[in-house]
Write a protein that binds this ligand. Sequence first.
Ligand SMILES: [Zn+2]
Length: 514
Amino acid sequence: MKPISRAIAAISLIIVFSAFASDQTPTVDWNTVAKIREEGLQRSQVMDIAGYVVDVLGARLTNSEDMKRAQAWVKGKMEQLGLENVVIEPFMDYGVTWDNEFFSLHMLEPDYQPMTGFPLTHTPGTQGKVACPVVIAELQTKADLAKFKGKLKGVAVLATPPLAISQASLAQGVARLTDEDLKKLQENVVPPAPRPASPPPNPDLLKSDEKIAFFKAEGAVAVLQCEGGRPGVVVGFGRPGTKDDKWSREESLGSLPIIAVTPEHYNRMYRILKRGLAVRIEIEIRNRLGEKVEKAANVLGEIPGTDLKDEVVMIGAHFDSWHASPNASDDAAGCAVALEAVRILKAIGVKPRRTIRVALWGGEEQGIYGSQEYVRKHFGNPKEPKNPPTPDYEKFSAYFNQDYGAGQFRGIYLQGNEHARRLFAAWMEPFRDFGLTAISIQSVGSTDHVAFDAAGLPGFQFIQDRIAGTAGHTNLDFLDTLSAEDLMKNAVVEAAFAHQAAMADERVPRKLLK
Ligand SMILES: [Zn+2]
């Protein structure tokens, strides 16, 4: 053949082949699915894995000594499961480590009561036990500063308004997704219009870090705050400004102890003060801060592929958590599911064509940092001229994530990718009895599949039932909120999706780059 006709022949072959590949009904490997179901439903270890992470390792704040210990365990676990290329891979400078080592809070007057709470991350401790009066100091605008000038020396401030506590979830329970809910999700086929830009912030309003700086300058001892409004549930995150000062040791030590308090206890103090009566409390906090800037890390491991081993299918979840509880549902559950999925695949001896890689991310809670930096480094992004696609970009197939609580999978969000519908419809077929039926075209956010999607790579989050529990970021997210049956089913589905994606004739197709 002349070169030109050879080229034409090659092109027509590609056209014929891709038309063939993309129109063919995807095959489902029912035989392997049966083995995955048998291993995952009759010999599951998902609760053993979740239990170790939650009960023994505990909270896993990004770049804490707690997290380093947990990541070392996970690396060993991946090796024990027979994964290869297991690595704790640093992704970015992440300030100094911060760990809370001791916390106690008591009301001393007008009545004794032990109180529930915890310090925000990257705040200093107290110098031993401190007993002090409490003052309400809700600051909104810069004009409010004058009202409190000279009045806060040696006190603890109540910095937020009292919260109405909703009993609704206790009274009504938590409903799983109904057939009607799933139908609505599926029928919602047009993406929503982009949200209008939010108006510029009011320059008179004080920012959270400005309030803390004022309290500090006025000589306050500590700041107490309350958010969330659910019975018994304490919600709290990091010191305001940590992202801007990059989790700095100096800024952390130079700030004030900031304590998130359970709504009932906070409201009680607030109401007593509003009667004009005095409240005295005792606080003792010990926090450990690292001496030098360190890198936060992800943990990864692989089942290497065979004839297509350079092509990659990924599953994962974020291993980091907020610090006030082990965050069983956010996201120890998703990590246990991903580890159990690869355990099942190893146990039944699959030899995938493409490499199956499991990723347990860090830095998700503070801004999806771990997965974003991973995608940037390993795959690049055609929309970022300074960070062009790497050779691995084209070879990537898909990433599957669990991070919408610990409830079971009921379907998958296509993330606007109509081209993946055909494959996922076929891969879900063996799990109709699980109630895994819905495919939604909608895009969802707030977790690690977004890092892939933003780079034009297929990244997906499953549609999940809501189940009872505080859903993370709280002091009350323990193993008791997990349902073994839900997680067993999820691990089986995730293993089957990973296997199908690793064996399919084609990589998961991509949506057109916008
Ligand atoms: Zn999460």
